[in-house]
Design a protein around this ligand. Sequence first.
Ligand SMILES: [Zn+2]
Length: 336
Amino acid sequence: MSENICISVSHSRGTSHYLINRFKKRYFALAAASVLVLAGSGSYSVYSLYEESQLSSKQLNVLNKQSRHLMASLSEESEANRALRQELEEKRAELALLTQRIDDVEAVLGVNGEDGEDMSLQARVDSAAVSSAVRATLFRLIPNGSPTPDTRMSSRYGSRVHPVTGKQKFHHGLDFSARIGTPIYAPADGIVEVVRSGNKGYGNFIRLNHSFGFTSSYSHMSKFNVKRGNYVNKGDLLGWTGNSGLSTGPHLHYEIRFLDRTLNPRLFVEWTPDNFESLFEKENKVQWASLLEMINNMVSMQVQLTQTPRYNPTLQTANNLAEQHSDGDQVQVSKL
Ligand SMILES: [Zn+2]
């Protein structure tokens, strides 16, 4: 058997023959095997890379999806955030407006100029509400303003020469010059205590009994619009002016009494919310401080009653103390 391998290669110029001996044959086989191994491992590497590439591509898709989802969420979040910020701004503006209005109300009421800075908004509202309610109550229940608007005061309260008798006499009321038939309105809520017709002295006469010891009376009237025992509100029509009784001309004689002592009606006629303090400063026959305290207590209770229940630290502390005391008792009992 030949030791050689003959390889024939045909080409255009004929055929060439190559003889490969045994050693060369082995070498050739080794080389061919190496090429095959290299080709195999190369193919495997290419396949592995392809697999990895496919996996990466899938992962990239997933990541892209997640990214898109996150972007959408972020967009929603920032939209919600913007809406919340806008709402917050609106609330801040409302709060500023409310604070300004409370400042205005306090300025009108003349309360809490300095203390107001340290008080909570709720406390300031409460305080303003109480002050406002106290005023409203006072201007409802205590005579104020003119009983015959748009008429001229013709004779003041105090010592004077009586126009009919010519004698020096104390004038206990305030006269309004008013043509017969001028309407007379109640200057505060009250009850009609006296309705009396007459040709002497005060003539046709009405007396209203108001709260807190005040009365008001109307003399020389021409006609009545109320009866004894009627309850009247401030502004109700009592009757009309006239010239009855001891009178030199058509006018209304208006008196205000406190515990049956006459007061200067002019202070009450000129008493308005704009000069709230004036009456208390000028009229010293009434214990105003005591009256104001009473009304303040009354309306404070009403304001609290109309509020929704909220946290009360004083009450909370009292409850805690009660609980602690209760626990203490239990400990003592268990020790015994
Ligand atoms: Zn008079």
